[in-house]
Write a protein that binds this ligand. Structure first.
Ligand code: B3K
Ligand code: ZN
Length: 876
């Protein structure tokens, strides 16, 4: 397979101004007639042939300006259609293809999901519908006529506004015509056809436009669509208020389908969602689900401006829309909920997913330079690190210049397919700053480390802070340059933050040091007492920080820092340090227990004094870094069992020391109020359930009793599922019994059973692999549904100790699953193969076994490009 390179970008030789689609839906034989209005691109090669992309297509007819084309004038195959000598002027091409949506198991292009016709075109699925210039810089105005049997598809949706509907006379069929006035790339095309219920709401934009909002779901599920609709209204208002962005069509539709390769898709005016991110009621969705739905509804809606109105010139610019849109949805959630808690949750995700990607063989820059399969680059690096880069930009130039830069971007690039350079130019202009060095964040992979140390000169009342940065080598980038690192900081004294005066240095008076070179010293004067530095407040840069603070100093930051993020971070750092030491084989358990007592003491005080003031924050504080975080921090020669063992003893010891406090806290928090999904109530449940987990580890008998009580009295899924999860930590018959009860209660709820599958797949015991294999036979599981696969197989692959079993059986199982899935759904298979991304940091025995399983995948004949690409890069 060819490597596609950014430096080889050339404008298209041809443009397609208009697309008229006439699609006659039928389960096995869908006929697609496309009328393309073409013209030579002034920026392209004059006289070039017209080469249209295809993927597994069957051509049934082709006409040029209405006249049938001579067979010698074109070449058509499944993967492309070439018109050898097209006219050197504008012309039309009529292309007819015939598709079998029922046979489309890749879930790319047009497919059927439980009897609903739907599409997924990003990145390159449109070419599975018709031959096209399937690249984001070719933007066209679409008119789409859909026709289907009335009984099978009473609802017919496409992008834009509905302009006509009617019956097809003398048949059981009907049609709808949709017109989207906004030129768009093919990846934003969508259609939906099926029997669906919906909820709707009228909306008037800030600039006075009437919009009809609707959320479509499977028949009978309309009662679960309200939260998604409510979230949509809130995020639309927010985008008007915060970014000055109004919606731009008469309708906005969201459709939930049950077979979907990812979370959701921002098709213009017709967002298609994985039903997991739409459906919610207290009995079938957790607080976490409510929060995800709100975030993803917002994310896809925000794409209307950052992605659709302004799209990407080419797929290397993917972060232009994704990083920016993640930043926007994170800000929305922060405004809707608790900003510090949102930041902590996002940083946890960033570290778990992106830092681990950056530390392994799949590391790549936020803007990759080359790819073989673009669908493998919808990664935490492009999305989450991409969002961090925007956040740093805002910190560096300030909120006002950031706002003006965004306005300029919307004004200048509206209606275009843009690049990162064009985006950054807007902020360089609005801030008057040179951002060329900052742009390195887009080119250089790897997580930088900042090493920081401070000295206090009591006589001179001076505090000197030394900062240095390094970035480890990543595949294809052996030497690294310094990047621009905004380090937000404070100096914490006995009574809180000390004033910052740097005198000679240009830095830091406003609490920000810009570390833009290998190292830097900043001298603070008039520092009245020995301070404790609080660095990277709010996690101002996506880096690792090595800070030579004692645990005692960290614990002081935990209780005294004015920055909530760093309070949380300080305790995490103490725990991380203890676990890193204890997670190396052959270390002394007594040291860990002493540390546990220290941490428990700090937590006890905190919970008693402030636990009830902000329960959501307290829940984050109570949750220790995960074993996988410790593995990544150790970085090499990793023994997952040793780390898990250390984690378990630390949690157990803390839980024991805190048992009385935790039980008391749980009782106080339990005060009965009807379930509500709002952030404050969710925070109380989170704290209560975090406490339950600790008790289950520390005191299994008492824990099991509390689990039983909570499970039986719960009026919502959050509490039920938390009870189940706590019970999975306690081996025995009671656990198996509860697992059975849960399955009975939710027997007809596939999305809830996904959580049940996952909870079992995550059990850190040697029996789990057999359990997972057994569950594959359960009627709740299906290899054909991505949500089921991600829950059970994906859950297992995320199980640190069992995926990484010392006998290699975990790797073999997942490799077999990848090979099996690749035959039907390459995207789901290649995602799963990504679970191997951290294999190089393992101790030698596991490392060899993981490598062998990867090699087995790599040499399987007939692999998809998706899986072959991941296997090849993972092994390199
Ligand atoms: N843009 C889509 C992701 C498409 C993935 C293609 N493999 C969803 C999103 O980021 O909003
Ligand atoms: Zn997105």
């Amino acid at each position: 397979t060819p490597l596609i390179r950014l430096e080889d970008y050339r404008p298209s030789d041809w443009l397609i101004d208009t697309v008229d689609l006439d699609i006659s839906l039928a389960p096995q034989q869908t006929r697609v007639r496309a009328l393309l209005g073409l013209r030579p691109n002034p920026a392209g090669q004059p006289g070039a042939p017209l080469i249209l992309d295809g993927d597994e297509l069957v051509l049934s007819e082709i006409k040029l300006d209405g006249a049938t084309l001579d067979a010698s004038a074109f070449t058509a195959g499944p993967q492309s259609l070439t018109v050898h000598a097209p006219p050197r002027r504008g012309f039309t091409l009529t292309i007819e293809t015939v598709l079998d949506p029922s046979a489309n198991t890749k879930l790319m292009g047009l497919y059927r999901s439980s009897k609903v016709y739907c599409t997924q075109c990003e990145a390159d699925g449109f070419r599975r519908i018709t031959y096209f210039l399937d690249r984001p810089d070719v933007m066209s105005v679409y008119t789409v006529r859909l026709e289907a049997a009335k009984a099978e598809a009473p609802v017919l949706l496409s992008n834009g506004n509905r302009v006509a509907t009617g019956e097809v006379s003398g048949s059981d069929r009907h049609f709808a015509v949709w017109h989207d006035p906004h030129p768009k790339p093919a990846y934003l095309f969508a259609l939906v056809g099926g029997a669906l219920d919906h909820v709707r709401e009228d909306y008037v934009t800030a600039d006075g436009q009437q919009v009809e909002l609707a959320v479509y779901v499977e028949p009978g599920k309309a009662g679960r669509a309200g939260w998604a609709l409510d979230s949509l209204v809130r995020c639309m208002r927010w985008d008007e208020r915060v970014f000055g962005r109004n919606y731009d069509l008469d309708v906005f539709n969201v459709v939930a389908v049950s077979d979907f390769n990812m979370g959701a898709m921002e098709n213009k005016g017709l967002n298609i969602f994985n039903d997991k991110y739409v459906l919610a009621d207290p009995q079938t969705a957790t607080d976490g689900d409510y929060a995800s739905i709100e975030a993803i509804i917002a994310h896809e809606y925000f794409h209307n401006w950052t992605g659709n109105r302004i799209t990407c010139r080419d797929w290397f610019q993917l972060c232009l829309k994704e990083g920016l849109t993640v930043f926007r949805d994170q800000e929305f959630s922060a405004d809707e909920r608790s900003r510090p808690v949102k930041r902590i949750a996002d940083v946890r995700t960033l570290r778990a997913t992106q830092f681990s990607e950056d530390a392994g063989p799949l590391a790549h820059p936020v803007r990759p330079r080359a790819y073989k399969e673009i669908n493998n680059f919808y990664t935490p690096t492009v999305y989450e690190k991409g969002a961090e880069v925007i956040r740093m930009l805002k910190v560096l130039i300030g909120a006002d210049a950031f706002k003006r830069g965004m306005d300029l971007y919307f004004e200048r690039c509206d209606g275009t397919a843009a690049t990162i350079e064009e985006f950054l130019a807007c902020f360089a202009e609005s801030s008057g700053k040179d951002l060329s060095h900052f742009a390195r964040w887009y080119e250089q992979a790897g997580t930088p480390t900042i090493v920081a140390s401070g000295r206090y000169d009591a006589r001179a009342k001076r505090y000197t802070l030394d900062l240095a940065q390094t970035t480890p080598p990543t595949p294809g980038q052996t030497t690294k340059q310094p990047v621009v690192l905004p380090v937000a900081l404070g100096l914490v004294g006995r009574d809180g933050d000390l004033p910052l005066t740097t005198g000679s240095s240009a830095y830091a008076d406003d609490g920000l040091i810009v570390l833009d070179r290998p190292s830097l010293s900043v001298v603070f004067s008039d520092v009245a007492e020995a301070p404790i530095p609080s660095l990277l407040r709010g996690f101002s840069a996506p880096v690792r920080l090595e800070l030579d603070l004692s645990d005692a100093d960290l614990l002081r930051l935990f209780s005294a820092d004015s920055d909530s993020f760093n309070r949380w971070q300080a305790l995490q750092s103490v725990a991380t340090r203890a676990l890193v030491a204890a997670g190396r084989p052959g270390t002394d358990g007594a040291v860990l227990l002493a540390k546990a007592a220290e941490i428990a003491g700090a937590l006890d005080r905190f919970l008693r004094e402030q636990g009830l003031a902000d329960p959501a924050f307290a829940a984050q504080v109570l949750r220790l870094p995960a074993p996988a975080d410790i593995a990544r921090e150790i970085g090499g020669d990793v023994d997952p069992d040793a780390i898990y063992g250390a984690h378990r003893s630390l949690s157990g010891a803390i839980g024991q020391a805190l048992e009385a406090t935790l039980v008391g806290l749980r009782d106080t928090l339990a005060k009965k109020a009807a379930y509500a999904p709002d952030a404050a109530s969710a925070g109380r449940r989170a704290l209560r359930n975090e406490a339950l987990g600790l008790i289950a580890i520390a005191a299994p008998e008492a824990g099991a009793r509390l689990v039983e009580q909570q499970f039986s009295s719960a009026d919502n899924l959050t509490d039920r599922l938390a009870a189940l999860a706590a019970m999975t930590l306690i081996p025995g018959d009671a656990r198996e019994h509860l697992i059975g009860r849960f399955a009975e209660i939710y027997a007809s709820e596939p999305l809830v059973l996904d959580k049940w599958l996952m909870a079992q797949a995550l059990i850190a015991e040697p029996g789990t692999l057999d359990r997972v294999k057994r569950l594959m036979q359960n009627k709740a599981f299906s290899l054909g549904n991505p949500n089921r696969v991600r829950a059970l197989i994906g859950g297992f692959a995320a199980n640190l100790t069992q995926f990484n079993r010392a006998d290699g059986a975990g790797y073999e199982f997942v490799a077999d699953m990848v090979i099996a899935l690749d035959r039907t759904n390459p995207q789901v298979a290649s995602r799963l193969l990504g679970s191997f991304k951290s294999w190089k940091m393992l101790e030698p025995v596991r490392k060899d076994l993981a490598q062998a399983s990867l090699a087995l995948v790599a040499r399987t004949p007939g692999l998809s490009r998706d899986v072959a690409d991941i296997a090849e890069r993972a092994l390199a």
